[in-house]
Write a protein that binds this ligand. Structure first.
Ligand code: CA
Length: 458
């Protein structure tokens, strides 16, 4: 599902909903351990509005469809959503003890939650199911475009002293930070305009991810109480990711820094704080100073494609001994580093050796397609050349329904794929490889229309 660990193709499905930003990452992080602790008497402390209406037509707000969610979760039926919305004031009042434990004052809690009404349009987003999946090349065309490269260079140029100071302090490549900025929010233009407190409050009380989002709601309250972000600037994606590099409230609390020294960690409007906080996040996650994320490589004739995948890292020296070379002809540095072979489009597309820093980018947003886009965009901002190898653009990308069918056919033939979910993750790719081996095809694990046709015929 969307919120399980994302495969390359799952990421492609998410590609156009960039406002989603780091939601997937946040969803993947450790579940918040807060417990439900409703205290009915607390409802008296607050004077919630008598009704919590769904915003009517003409308010300019996104409207909830009124439909049950596609996940089938009992908390996502239309009736359950309406019931939870009606109970929203009680739910918010019941969260006060958790807020108090975080050091939120009662006055602040009342001030920030007064008049809060749920934004039910978020429920449609929470259960959105992609119908079509973008091809890797379409995703990369979109994110590593000439325009985005030029804007990134402009951003770096206009803020050169800041980026240089952050790079010196944290050791994280400034072009990677600029690329994250450019991809997460399209350079700040698509970061979302929903109030973070309202979104996280809604998700804390309505729908199927309440435990997780309560941690985000409480973190959002902390941010507001400390005054790091002014309430009117504290806006973001439906899931509560905010600022040009889309911090979630909890990730903000872990990583945000006040780099310009004004006493606030303003990852919305201070370039210095945005750049340094994002760098601090990557550094804390293990970024190695002075190293690349990886390289485009070419593979020799007769290469063993079973060696591909993040589960099979080897040293750069071992890859070289197998005939793997950099596509631009330059030598591969640091032969002792461990690297994995990434084949986003199978044997017919470009190949990449990915290093430890690639995995660090994936911690920021857990999708190979995302990490590759960030790495390639950063390379281009530095003046790097476009990819040497071409994508198999004639390849027809399978729809989600076809992916289900592919998985079901694999399962019927005894290949282990887990539960069919329409997303091609590592397990499905392994199964495709086993199937390809069994029929004498090149086992690259790529879910092509040819593989589906083969399975249908057998
Ligand atoms: Ca600051």
């Amino acid at each position: 599902m969307m919120f399980s660990r994302l495969s390359f193709c799952a990421a492609l499905a998410l590609a156009l909903s960039l406002a989603l930003g780091r939601t997937a990452q946040a969803q993947n992080s450790a579940q918040n351990s807060t417990q439900d602790n409703p205290a009915a008497w607390l409802t008296r402390l607050f004077q919630p509005p008598a009704a919590a209406p769904v915003p009517g037509p003409g308010t300019g707000e996104a409207q909830w469809s009124g439909q049950s969610g596609a996940s089938g979760d009992p908390r996502m039926t239309a009736d359950a959503i309406r019931a939870a919305a009606a109970d929203f004031p009680n739910c918010i009042a019941g969260l006060w003890p958790l807020a108090e434990r975080r050091g939120i004052t009662r006055a602040a809690y009342q001030r920030f939650t007064a008049g809060l009404v749920p934004d039910l349009s978020i429920m449609d987003k929470l259960d959105a199911q992609p119908e079509f999946v973008k091809a890797p090349w379409d995703y990369l065309d979109l994110l590593v475009s000439d325009d985005r490269i030029a804007q990134g260079r402009e951003l770096l140029g206009q803020n050169a002293p800041t980026f240089a100071a952050v790079e010196r302090t944290y050791g994280v490549d400034k072009s990677i930070i600029a690329a994250i900025w450019g991809v997460e929010s399209n350079y700040g233009t698509l970061g979302g305009d929903r109030p973070v407190l309202r979104s996280t409050a809604t998700l804390s009380c309505v729908g199927r991810r309440q435990d997780f989002f309560r941690g985000e709601f409480l973190a959002a309250l902390e941010i507001l109480q400390r005054g790091d972000i002014p309430p009117d600037r504290f806006v973001g994606s439906w899931a509560g990711a905010f600022g040009p590099t889309q911090f979630m409230p909890t990730t903000f609390l872990r990583y945000a820094v006040d780099f310009d020294g004004d006493g606030r960690r303003d990852v919305v409007d201070s370039v210095a704080d945005v750049v340094a906080s994002t760098a601090n996040n990557l550094k804390t996650d293990g970024w190695v100073r002075g190293q690349s994320w990886g390289y485009e490589v070419v593979l020799p004739q007769g290469f063993d494609y079973l060696l591909a995948g993040s589960a099979r890292p080897m040293t750069v020296r071992q890859w070289q001994s197998l005939g793997v070379r950099r596509a631009d002809g330059k030598p591969l540095p640091r032969p002792a580093d461990r690297a994995s072979l990434l084949l986003p489009a199978g044997a017919r597309g470009p190949a990449f050796l990915t290093l430890g820093n690639f995995n660090v980018i994936m911690k920021y947003n857990p999708a190979e397609a995302y990490a590759l886009a960030i790495g390639l965009l950063a390379d281009r901002m530095r003046g790097g050349a476009p990819l040497v190898q071409s994508w198999p653009r004639d390849e027809r990308v399978l729809t989600v329904d076809e992916r289900y069918e592919l998985q079901q056919l694999l399962a019927q033939r005894g290949f282990r794929i887990g539960a069919p979910d329409g997303l091609i993750g590592p397990q499905t790719r392994f199964a495709i490889r086993d199937f390809q081996t069994s029929v004498g095809d090149i086992p690259d694990g790529f879910a092509s229309s040819e593989v589906l046709d083969r399975l249908r015929q057998r």
